[in-house]
Ligand binder design. Structure first.
Ligand code: SF4
Ligand code: SF4
Length: 83
């Protein structure tokens, strides 16, 4: 089990995303994946309208996240693990 979870509380302050990603939903699913619920998380992830690989790294969301999450960097890493 991964020790690190994305510290997203689902506040949605980062929305709307320039690439129409549902950022908190992607992080909720990714945290599920990291907890070892891989099958369920992959099923949820692949049912999303927009997935992490669509992030254009504009950085808009990061200026709005009170938890200072490096959102675009996390989005960049998710496809390697979940696609
Ligand atoms: S950096 Fe990525 S996730 Fe954040 S607003 Fe831009 S496209 Fe969306
Ligand atoms: S602003 Fe940060 S904590 Fe709030 S939903 Fe977006 S990523 Fe999560």
């Amino acid at each position: 089990m991964a020790l690190y979870q994305i510290p997203c509380d689902g506040c949605c302050d980062c929305l709307p995303c320039a690439a129409e990603l549902n950022i908190p939903e992607i992080f909720r699913i990714y945290n599920r994946f990291l907890r070892g619920e891989e099958t369920e998380a992959l099923e949820e992830y692949h049912s999303l309208a927009h997935t992490a690989d669509e992030c254009i790294r504009c950085g808009r969301c990061e200026k709005l996240c009170h938890n200072r999450i490096g959102i675009s960097a996390v989005m960049f890493g998710i496809p390697e693990e979940m696609e």
